[in-house]
Design a protein around this ligand. Structure first.
Ligand code: IMP
Length: 203
């Protein structure tokens, strides 16, 4: 299937994610647009599965705008918390918390458990939906450990708590490009980019 329209919609309202999507997917052959250009798009409530959530976000955006759309669903899985917060990461600790407050909540939960494993991983499932065409999903995982306290000012979400395997700095101390090279979102979106090239004018 050949796609004629060269605009691709990035279906996320998370500004931290939006910037990462644009950098990772960047190609001179298409223009990436955000949901700010399509305020009328309405998404159904999220469920508990990364795959389902990512696919529904991309398909909903493609159906309501007629544009090729990409989306993701992602989260932080902490071993000592049995994989929580997982797909509920954005809402962990309750609605209305800032990223900093959410990270503090997670640290306080771990503290109540005493001396437990700090192993954690970020998971991202990215989805590509083509209007009246197929959808694709791809998963990326980035393993690491959680710090005792936040460190660094870059990135978003739980980045200041997370030190990826083989490194000694938190994601919030990485440059944007460094993070994208090894991150869960970088891995998933590079695989999605290959589908985009195969399915479209990008090939
Ligand atoms: P959702 O995919 O919009 O449901 O939100 C995912 C949530 O997981 C974000 O709001 C962050 O709290 C967390 N998260 C996912 N990916 C990252 C990342 O790369 N850095 C930091 N936090 C992340």
């Amino acid at each position: 299937m050949k796609i004629r329209e060269n605009r691709v919609l990035i279906a996320t309202t998370n500004l931290g994610k939006l910037e990462e999507f644009k950098r990772i997917l960047e190609t001179p052959k298409c223009t990436f647009v955000g949901l700010d250009e399509f305020p009328q798009v309405k998404f159904p409530p999220e469920g508990q599965s990364y795959f389902e959530n990512a696919r529904i976000k991309a398909r909903t955006a493609a159906r309501q705008t007629g544009l090729v759309s990409v989306a993701d669903d992602s989260g932080l899985e902490v071993l000592a918390l049995g994989g929580r917060p997982g797909p509920l990461s954005a809402r962990y600790g309750g609605p209305g918390l800032s990223d900093f407050e959410r990270s503090a909540y997670l640290l306080s939960e771990l503290e109540t458990l005493g001396s437990v494993s700090r192993l954690a991983r970020f998971v991202c499932v990215a989805a590509l939906a083509i209007p009246d065409g197929p959808s694709f999903t791809e998963k990326g995982i980035c393993r690491g450990v959680l710090l005792q306290e936040a460190s660094g000012t870059k990135g978003f979400g739980y980045d200041p708590l997370f030190v990826p395997e083989g490194h000694e700095r938190s994601f919030a101390e990485f440059s944007k490009n460094e993070k994208n090279q090894i991150s869960h979102r970088g891995i998933a979106l590079r695989a999605i980019s290959a589908h985009l090239r195969k399915e479209s004018f990008l090939s």
